[in-house]
Design a protein around this ligand. Structure first.
Ligand code: IMP
Ligand code: MG
Length: 175
């Protein structure tokens, strides 16, 4: 495989943090009681940790790990729950925190699964969104940035498990 390199910065650390704070303010205004943030491992970890600190509400964390991507590039048509929640979400205000919505498949399947558990409300917040790639319609309640159809890394997103810790959002060459 060809070596991959980050060829371009789409959003700097400063731009991302400014936008994440705006999302936190909006979420703070939209809710009143407790919010359960469900982080989708591993990509949402950086976003969730930043976002949660800008939400001025009683926030709880829980995590799920799901897979729909086999080799880091091709969507498969099955949602596999690799790690499930450790809490009961029935009657709770739940906000799914995701790194990126691409085809929409992962979130639409996950939403169906979580709705079966009877939360009081279920919304979705994503750091990044690739609208041009959508194949499954899905309502996303909070979006950090819309991005073009390019393979991105950093701010939690990986290519073959690398680059998650880049503080900015970059485009990878050679994918
Ligand atoms: P979906 O196609 O909306 O189901 O997206 C599934 C998952 O693909 C996302 O949660 C990411 O983990 C991964 N993904 C999609 N696009 C990118 C990208 O540009 N960079 C890194 N991961 C991506
Ligand atoms: Mg993901």
């Amino acid at each position: 495989m060809k070596d991959v390199n980050v060829s371009k910065v789409l959003f700097s650390q400063e731009e991302i943090i400014k936008r994440v704070k705006e999302l936190g303010d909006k979420i703070t205004a939209d809710y009143d009681g407790q919010i359960i943030l469900i982080g989708i491992l591993k990509g949402s970890v950086i976003f969730l940790s930043d976002l949660s600190r800008y939400i001025k509400r009683d926030v709880r964390f829980s995590f799920m790990e799901v897979s729909t991507y086999g080799d880091g590039s091709v969507s498969q048509n099955v949602l596999n729950i690799k790690k499930d929640l450790d809490i009961d979400i029935s009657g709770a205000d739940v906000l799914i925190v995701e790194d990126i919505v691409d085809t929409g498949f992962t979130l639409s399947e996950l939403k169906k699964e979580l709705l079966k558990r009877n939360p009081k409300s279920l919304k979705i917040c994503t750091a990044f969104n690739k609208p041009s790639r959508r194949t499954v319609p899905i309502d996303v309640d909070y979006i950090g940035f819309d991005i073009p159809d390019e393979f991105i890394v950093g701010y939690g997103l990986d290519y073959a498990q690398k680059y998650r810790n880049l503080p900015y959002l970059g485009v990878v060459e050679g994918v």
